[in-house]
Ligand binder design. Sequence first.
Ligand code: AMP
Length: 503
Amino acid sequence: MVCNVLEYLESAKQTFPEKCAFADTDRTLSYQQVEEASKRIGSGILNKGIKQGAVVVFADRDLESLLAFLGIVYAGSFYVPVDINLPEKRIETILQITVPECIVVRKKDRAAAENLFNGEILILEELMESDIESEKLQEVRAAHLSTNPLYIMFTSGSTGVPKGVVVSHGSVIDLAEQFNDTFSFTAEEVFANQAPFDFDVSVKDIYLTLKNGATMYVIPKSMFVMPKKLMGYLEENHITTIIWAASAISVVCAFKGLEKVKLTSLKRVMFSGEVLPVKVLNYWKEHLPNTMFINLYGPTEITCNCTYYVVDRSFDVEETLPIGRAFKNTRILLLGEEGKEVKLGETGEICVQGSSLALGYYNNQEATKKAFCQNPLHNLYFDRIYKTGDMGYYNERNELVFTSRKDHQIKHMGHRIELAEIEANVNAIDFIRKCCCIYNKQQEKIVLFYESEEPRDVEIINRLHEKLPKYMCPNKMHWMEQIPMNAHEKMDRVKLRELFSEV
Ligand code: AMP
């Protein structure tokens, strides 16, 4: 029984020591090299006497970040990828929540790390020079449980601070098993990684590669603004499967990226994160008639995806793609207002059960209890469900269809954002009396309405840039003497929406 993801790496290394595991535009790393470097990093961390726990990694889109993750796992700890380009204040918040004993950074980021963190800063290049401590590594492995955390991914939080989703080895193993059973991956697979490593879409690329002894190419971010070059890159490297955010799939369509290049090796196009417009799907299908298209659905809290839909028919542009059916070992409950299952065809909140459920939000019992709770259908034993906040229904073909969110969580440029988190940060500014964010999906704009003595757009945006990632900052600002309220004395979002069309 596999209970540690490192067993995937070690088994692949046994079978294909010289085969390329991870590559980018400049170089490749064989399974042998990945295992050796990760063991060195793990040994280096153990030699520093670091207690097992959360280890923050300042991650970039590079092969070293992958080695750092696996090295941390060898040391019996779990990794927390943090994008080095985030505003300092946000990194500080993540560090305050995580309270790591150490952080792992590249040599070039040492000064930045020292500014942000008082604890032990380990330099990756130095860790990679460590001798392999086989006995210590073995001791760590012997004590390992599949319920141990593997990583923490931070996502936007409605209370104004990000939430760290803690995911175990067991959940990732469950994911890899289900994907393999359902989509029949083999060692011949070549994955093209699009998602940053602090975004859980990348978890599928990494662990499906290791599980299958396959190969994964890390595509530079810059290529996504040059879709034709990107497609050439996929063809050149014989990519067989892409597992991308729906937003990235849409970019290729927007720039007509498939016009000139034939993707002769591409067998599967998998997408997730938000509703993929049918016109985008149809564009891809038209150019790749023999490729399988799969809509994957799920939040980070259930380890990437809990349902899938293999596109098996044609859709008109005004139709919505279903999110399909649950993976094996996963159950979907559609719950109504009173916590009862809705009738067939009715819309309810999508709730998920199974071993793919995350361990909760790190250092945040309150948020954990709210979202991960007892199955309200009985009280006979502890039966955890995760309430996604997504609404859905079963269509006449018995396929699950996503309809909307229950709350003010949005997807913007592929990122999951709680509008309430932006509002909390605006409200924290001393001169703000009140504020409200709305999202205009058609125009892809976050609009901030705020009340204060006088308009102070620039000051607000500058203050937000210090705390929030760029993609969370409002695209439009609208000062108001008074924000309209509805009959329940709540800010009138409907009215504000109407106003936005005039702004
Ligand atoms: P994240 O945790 O960033 O993966 O975001 C999860 C949220 O994205 C879900 O709760 C949904 O609201 C949305 N989502 C993910 N996949 C899909 C999909 N295939 N179709 C529609 N919405 C999706």
